[in-house]
Design a binder for this molecule. Structure first.
Ligand code: GAL
Length: 714
């Protein structure tokens, strides 16, 4: 395995490894040693090249403070290597052992109600705690030194899914560290008071030692500036906790690659220190879980959405854990992938940017809090359909690997995503409005249905690779982004900026002039004079959750004002009239700005809701409301299609999912996936070779349920 220097972080960055990493997270400590050789043999037969180990085994690596024991893992690594399987090790800091939590209870997280985390599960350690950081450095240094010249250890994962169980902490040490962070950031307490708005509700501080952690709704709301800084601090603390480990690993052996596996994506700012410190990022993908919990419209779409979001943080990635079977913890269980579906989910990950993938997990545990989280093997140690599918996926990868590596995912329509400050700015004051991601999903799904190449990008990315860019209400905007998007529009791009964008400063203060600010208003030729709520279909007219809700009604909800339900507004777009949702903005247009769609009724009837103006070779549009499914569909048909934005392959049945990965040498790989259980008929014209079958499909053909083609098209 060779590692090259990573390119700088961008949505189109390929991985810096010369092989596709393929294997499983593996827990040799969960079974008797008599299993181990057969395990390694079966992995090799399946076509795997790596396992990931050790993330929850601190108590084995260091059974008591200062006493290290590498025996068990040395033997496991050696045994796997005999069958050609390399090892990725993890720093085991997601599970501080009992001797540590007993000797230093101050390392435990404390929740918003003051409850101290108890020992007995995982992620009980508070990553803001300097004491935990000391121990994290100690265990990392010991492990790194021990494996420094072991050729079978090829790379490292830091911790495990940082911040997934919870990202918050309200411990004493967190408070102390937060105060230090504030002091460093502001220098003087006057500056902090100004940023947080100390004259509002007398939230003014006399010195940094008085600064408190923001406890929401206790008894009422905290300032948006205060809340934003707390989350910036948590993200910084998480990045520094990881940096301690990365620095030790890199110093010990610069040939190791280092990554982290992300789960819930809370309080992690990928684009800054956290992502910059790593070779690449890993994302754990559990499509059936998203379906259960997020109800985004089917797990195939949820997976595609999740992967597109992940890619926006740093480009191509690996999937260190991908669901293989039924998943469960004591309180829930997911649907089970049907035969063929595990392979299809893995190919979807590759189609959307994965350059490595591990199936979670080699075998299910027989004890602990995940006894029904299935693996590649079954509880009786037998390989059955999941093993066969993993093996088939390994042969798929073998067939495409040479063409695949070095390519990145094509994006024609970019959606601004992946900005930590904007995500948090929204959360400081949501008002019952959709988040930028919730809004963007309407457009993303409309593009997904049509198999138009889409993805999430950042205004700092190389926008010249896009045909269109949609910015969903990013409250905080930066002058330098305006320059980048202006160049994009002048060069021929289509820009659509939506409501509320560029309305707040970095401190969450509202601008003192009409929005959008930071140069955006000049580019778009639009100013927002007024905004207000619009009753969404089915809404009761109350937006968000009232903190005093408890006690107001039988369910604790505040009764809706009777008149609000009738306040529905409609949009007139071409010959179509349809209901708007969430928000209206009353726009003032500069001369020469065209009205593309208008408000259809009420007091704002006839005024612009969607505008457009020619700028250089492209056009800049402003949308004075939030997306609905219908509005997104209309925009794709009436704004994007006429601008030459079309599906990757024409005339394919709607059931199929199509993406494209392109290489710097003009190489094109088109993934055609059937995420349904039904056979779908297609007709290809003999232009492309299917790398999976080695054939050149011509004329009518069938793609079986959950099957796929990978077409080489150049
Ligand atoms: C992941 C986690 C694994 C395992 C898996 C299944 O989030 O990293 O350790 O818990 O989920 O629940």
């Amino acid at each position: 395995m060779k590692k090259t220097t990573p390119q700088s972080l961008s949505v189109w960055r390929p991985l810096n490894l010369d092989r596709f990493l393929l294997g499983v997270p593996h827990y040799p400590e969960h079974v008797e040693e008599s299993y181990w050789d057969r395990d390694a043999m079966r992995m090799a037969e399946a076509g795997f090249n790596a396992v990931r180990m050790g993330e929850f085994a601190w108590h084995i690596w260091e059974p008591y403070q200062g006493h290290f024991d590498f025996d068990l893992f040395d033997r496991a690594i050696e045994g796997l290597a005999r069958h050609g399987i390399k090892t990725i090790l993890c720093t085991p800091t997601a599970t501080p052992p009992r001797w540590l939590s007993e000797a230093h209870p101050e390392i435990l997280r404390v929740d918003m109600s003051g409850r101290v985390a108890s020992h007995g599960s995982r992620q009980h350690g508070d990553t803001t705690s300097p004491v935990l950081r000391d121990h994290s450095r100690r265990i990392t240094a010991a492990m790194a030194a021990h494996y420094a010249s072991n050729p079978n250890v090829i790379g490292w994962q830091t911790d495990n899914e940082l911040n997934t169980t919870t990202s918050l902490s309200f411990s004493k040490s967190c408070e102390v560290e937060f105060r230090k962070w504030c002091h460093l950031k502001y220098g003087t307490i006057e500056k902090l008071n100004e940023a947080w708005g100390g004259h509002f509700w007398a939230t003014h501080y006399d010195n940094f030692d008085q600064v408190v952690l923001p406890i929401e709704n206790n008894p009422s709301y905290v300032s948006p500036g205060h809340r934003q800084d707390y989350h910036r601090f948590l993200a910084h603390a998480t990045a520094m906790f990881q940096r301690d480990q990365v620095e030790i690993l890199r110093k010990t052996n610069p040939d190791w690659f280092v990554f982290h596996n992300l789960g819930q994506l809370e309080d992690i700012d990928f684009r800054s220190d956290f992502g910059q410190d790593l070779d690449f990022i890993g994302f754990d993908i559990y499509p059936m879980l998203y379906d259960e919990f997020r109800r985004n419209g089917g797990h195939a779409y949820s997976q595609a959405l999740h992967l597109d979001i992940c890619r926006s943080y740093s480009g191509n990635f690996i999937v260190p854990e991908q669901a293989s079977g039924l998943g469960s913890q004591p309180a829930f269980s997911t649907m089970t992938p049907e035969p063929g579906e595990m392979r299809r989910m893995a190919l979807t990950s590759v189609a959307r940017g994965a350059d490595g993938l591990m199936f979670f997990r080699w075998r299910p545990a027989h004890f602990g809090a995940e006894i029904y989280w299935m693996g590649i093997l079954d509880h009786d140690d037998q390989p059955r359909r999941r093993y066969a599918e993993a093996k088939r996926f390994a042969s798929d990868i073998k067939a495409i690997e040479q063409d695949l590596l070095g390519t990145s995912v094509r994006i024609d329509v970019g959606i601004a995503g992946a900005d930590f400050d904007n995500q948090e700015a929204y959360r400081t004051y949501p008002m019952g409005l959709p988040s930028p991601a919730e809004d963007a999903v309407h457009l993303h799904r409309a593009l997904y249905r049509r198999n138009i190449a889409a993805g999430f990008v950042h205004p700092e990315d190389d926008l010249s690779r896009l045909k269109a860019l949609y910015v969903p209400h990013w409250l905080m905007w930066d002058e330098k982004w305006t320059e980048n998007i202006r160049a994009f529009v002048e060069g021929g791009g289509k820009l659509i900026v939506s409501a509320m964008t560029g309305t707040r400063t970095r401190d969450n203060h509202i601008l003192r002039e009409l929005a959008p600010g930071m140069g955006l208003g000049d580019l778009l030729g639009v100013r927002v004079e007024e905004f207000g709520r619009v009753a969404a279909p089915g809404s009761d007219g109350l937006f968000g959750t009232h903190p005093k809700g408890a006690g107001f009604g039988p369910s604790g909800d505040v009764p809706a004002p009777a008149c609000s339900a009738h306040r529905s507004y409609h949009i007139q777009y071409g010959n179509h009239t349809f209901q708007a949702a969430h928000l209206y903005e009353k726009l003032v247009l500069e001369d020469g700005v065209d009205v593309v769609a208008t408000w259809a009724d009420r007091w704002i009837e006839g005024e612009a809701v969607l505008t457009g103006r020619q700028v250089g070779k492209g056009s800049a549009h402003y949308l004075g409301t939030y997306l609905t499914e219908t509005l997104a569909e209309h925009m794709v048909e009436n704004l994007l299609s006429p601008a030459g934005i079309h599906p990757i392959l024409p005339d394919l049945p709607a059931d199929l999912e199509v993406t494209e990965r392109t290489g710097p040498d003009g190489r094109r790989l088109i993934f055609v996936l059937n995420p349904t259980s039904k056979t779908v008929e297609i007709n290809l014209d003999g232009q492309f070779k299917d790398l999976l079958s080695g054939e050149i499909p011509q004329g009518p053909m069938e793609i079986q349920g959950y099957d796929a083609l990978v077409l080489r098209a150049d």
